[in-house]
Each structure stands twice: as structure tokens, then as C-alpha cells.
Design a protein around this ligand. Sequence first.
Ligand SMILES: [Zn+2]
Ligand SMILES: [Zn+2]
Ligand SMILES: [Zn+2]
Ligand SMILES: [Zn+2]
Length: 321
Amino acid sequence: MNQIDNYTIEQIPQYRRQFIDYTIRRFFSTYFITKWPIDCVQLLDVISSNNSLSLQVGTVSNVSSSFDAISIYNPESHDYQIILNKNKINYPFKESRDRRLNFTIAHELGHIFLDHLSISDDVKTTDERFIEDLEANEFAGRLLMPQSILLNCNFYSLEAVADFFNVSVSALTTRIHVLRRLDLLTLRKSVVCRQCGNTERSFFSKYCMICGSKWQDNENGILKTYYKGIEVNNNSEALACPNCCDDSGCILSSNCNKCGAVIINTCTNEHNPHCDYHSTGNGRYCEICGSKTEFFKGGYIKPWYEEQPELMSESIAEGSL
Ligand SMILES: [Zn+2]
Ligand SMILES: [Zn+2]
Ligand SMILES: [Zn+2]
Ligand SMILES: [Zn+2]
């Protein structure tokens, strides 16, 4: 594999870019990829155990230090192999240089899924092989750092964002260059919950209203995430009962007059008996004392970790260029 650090997307012919779009979409749906970051070591297991393709992974150690990995296809048996340089495997990934392996594997998967291996290298020109490496890099970039996910990140440091995506700082920098989004690096930093990615909070918030963790030392999260809730008015009263969905005017009382459910998202006072804080409709925890809210305690809104991200894999893949 050749790491090409400076390339522009125009170097890849238009029809091949469309093929990469199509291939990555199919890849996401075949292997059920909906969450980031991606750990390619685990992904290799998923691919090997899925019977849509026969893939083995091996290592070699007596090779030059410039060798990272190679992928091989056997046309008789239709088997694919990825061979990695054992000396370069430092897994689980801890530092930026260890995470290089994640991109290396994604790059080799690019060669396999973009069908570069069905024609032997011997009959390709140097230029053709160069373009194939660009394509494999583009595949790896889109797989590990989809544009739509990248654009939702809080760029408070390059290292932290690279760490989030499980890639080296140089792989992240290249991706940002290719997308021509250097502006991301200078965007104003936001306060993002490190645990759940929530960015909504009131001025005096002490606890994250979505996951309940303390904001203190927990503000440098990477992926900004929006969590849904119940529609409420300015006084935190549900527009319709969150339990029986009746919208025929139980608004003047604090309970639904049909089913008795609490319809105002106030603090349940688990931690502070005097707290009277009113949360927004998606608040799971009181921002002031950290107690559960009525809507969360009543089971009308799900815990944050059970909620599916709103971005679907299809739209993620379409970060078209
Ligand atoms: Zn390559
Ligand atoms: Zn949170
Ligand atoms: Zn009701
Ligand atoms: Zn409270």
C-alpha cells in the first residue's frame, strides 16, 4: 500500500467516484455499519464471518519496514487475503501512529471491494496503479470518516477528533483537505457532553440533561448529537399527553385527566426534595440537581444509549463529492 498524503478528488475519474459512492453504500448495508468510530480489526471479523465474501487475514514479519499490507485474490477459489506486516500491529490502538493500521486495513478493503484485484498488477501501468491507490484511500476515508459525521464534530483539537475516528492525525488531515473543509479547524468550539454528545444546555446547567453526567471535566466531547423528546410549551407542559397521546386539554392540570400521567417535565426530586426545575421536552435528567425528570421516569422518553442516531447509513454514504 502506498499512502498518498496529498491528493485531490479530481485525480479520480468521475465515473470511478460514482462507483466508490455506490460501493460504499452497499458496503454499509451489507455489514450493517451505522455507528462510528469503526475499528477495522473488528470489522475484518465481521466480514470474514459473513458469507458474502471469502476473506482470510494473515501476517508476515520478515519484511521491509516500508511494507504495511497487501491484499491478494485467488481467481480459482475466489478467496481474498489481506496480509499485514506484523511489526506494525499495535492493537488495541493507543496512539496516533498505532491507529495508522486502522486506515491501512480500510485501504486494503478498498482494493478488494472496488474490485482492483481481479486484474493482475503485472498488466497495469504505473498510472493505473497510482489511481487505484487513490481510490482505495478515498474508500478508506469515506468508510472511517464519512463527511456527514465529520461535519457534526466539535473540532476542539485535531488529535481528539483523530482519536475519536480511530485514525492517525495525518489521515484525518488528508480527509479534511480532500473535502476542502479546512474551515472545520477554525470553527468555534462548542460544549459537547463527552458521554452522549448532547450540546443543549441552559446557562446554569450542572448536569447533562440527556445522560445525567456532571458537566465538570466532561465538556470536550467530539460528536454532536441531537436527542428527540416530547413536544412541550414554554412551561414544559406536553402539548399532548405523553402516555395516552390525548391532546384534549389536560394542560391546566399537572396530570392527564384521562390516564393520570404527569404531563409537565419537572424534576422528580430524587437528589433534592426542593428542586422545582422544569426541563425541555427531551430532558432525561434535571440540569440543576441531576435527578431524573418526570418524562424519563415515566418511560415516555428512552435512555440516550437506546436512541438510534437520526442519520441513516444511506445518507451518510452519500457525502457525495
Ligand atoms: Zn494500496
Ligand atoms: Zn450527556
Ligand atoms: Zn394520558
Ligand atoms: Zn432537580
